[in-house]
Design a protein around this ligand. Structure first.
Ligand code: PRP
Ligand code: HPA
Length: 163
C-alpha cells in the first residue's frame, strides 16, 4: 500500500490500495478473507463506486450471491433511491436501483476503505429504505483516526486492516 500526501486535495493523507489489488496472490487472499468473514448466508453483496466494485463482485461470486452497485448520482437508469452525505473530501450522492434489492434480502456491504463512514452510513440507509436487511459491512482498510465506525452504531463491521 502507498501513502500519498495531499491527494486528492491538500491535507488528505491518501492510502492507495491499488498495489494490493494488482498483486494476484494478495488480491485472492483479500477476496477470500472478506468472503470468509461474511455473517451467515448472503443474498446480495453491495459495493460502492468505484473501488468497492473491485471487491464486491469477486466476494459475491465466492459467496454465491448477487451483486448490487451503489453508484454515484446519475449513473443508473431509474427508478433509483438516493442518499447524500459528507465525504472526507467534499460531498456525494449515492444511488441504488430498488428493484434489484428484494424485500428482506440479506445484504453484505463491501468497500475498500472505511474513512469518515459517510459513504457506508448512507449506503446502509439507502439499502434499508429499499427493503434490505444489511447484515454486515466489510472493508479492506479502516482509517481508525477518522472514526467511521461511529456512524455505524450496532452494525457488524469487519475490517482486514486498521491504519
Ligand atoms: C472512497 C472509498 C470509499 C469512501 C470512504 O471512495 O473508496 O467509498 O471514499 O470514505 P468515507 O468513509 O469518508 O465516506 P471515493 O468517493 O473516493 O470514490 P472512488 O472509489 O470512486 O475513488
Ligand atoms: N484512501 C482511499 N480511499 C479513501 C481515503 C484514503 O485515504 N479516504 C477516503 N477514501
Amino acid at each position: 500500500m502507498r501513502t500519498v500526501p495531499d491527494f486528492p486535495e491538500p491535507g488528505v493523507l491518501f492510502r492507495d490500495i491499488m498495489p494490493l489489488l494488482a498483486d494476484p496472490v494478495v488480491f485472492a487472499e483479500v477476496v477470500a478473507a472478506l468472503a470468509a468473514d461474511a455473517p451467515g448466508p448472503i443474498d446480495l453483496v453491495a459495493g460502492m463506486e468505484a473501488r468497492g466494485f473491485l471487491l464486491a463482485a469477486p466476494v459475491a461470486m465466492a459467496l454465491g450471491a448477487g451483486v448490487v452497485p451503489v453508484r454515484k448520482a446519475g449513473k443508473l437508469p431509474g427508478p433509483v433511491a438516493s442518499a447524500t452525505y459528507a465525504l472526507e473530501y467534499g460531498t456525494a450522492t449515492v444511488e441504488v436501483q430498488p428493484f434489484t434489492v428484494p424485500d428482506g434480502s440479506r445484504v453484505l456491504v463491501i468497500d475498500d476503505v472505511l474513512a469518515t463512514g459517510g459513504t457506508a452510513a448512507a449506503t446502509v440507509d439507502l439499502l434499508e429504505r429499499c427493503g434490505a436487511e444489511v447484515v454486515g459491512l466489510s472493508f479492506l482498510v479502516e482509517l481508525g483516526a477518522l472514526r467511521g465506525r461511529d456512524l455505524l452504531p450496532g452494525r457488524a463491521v469487519d475490517v482486514l486492516l486498521t491504519l
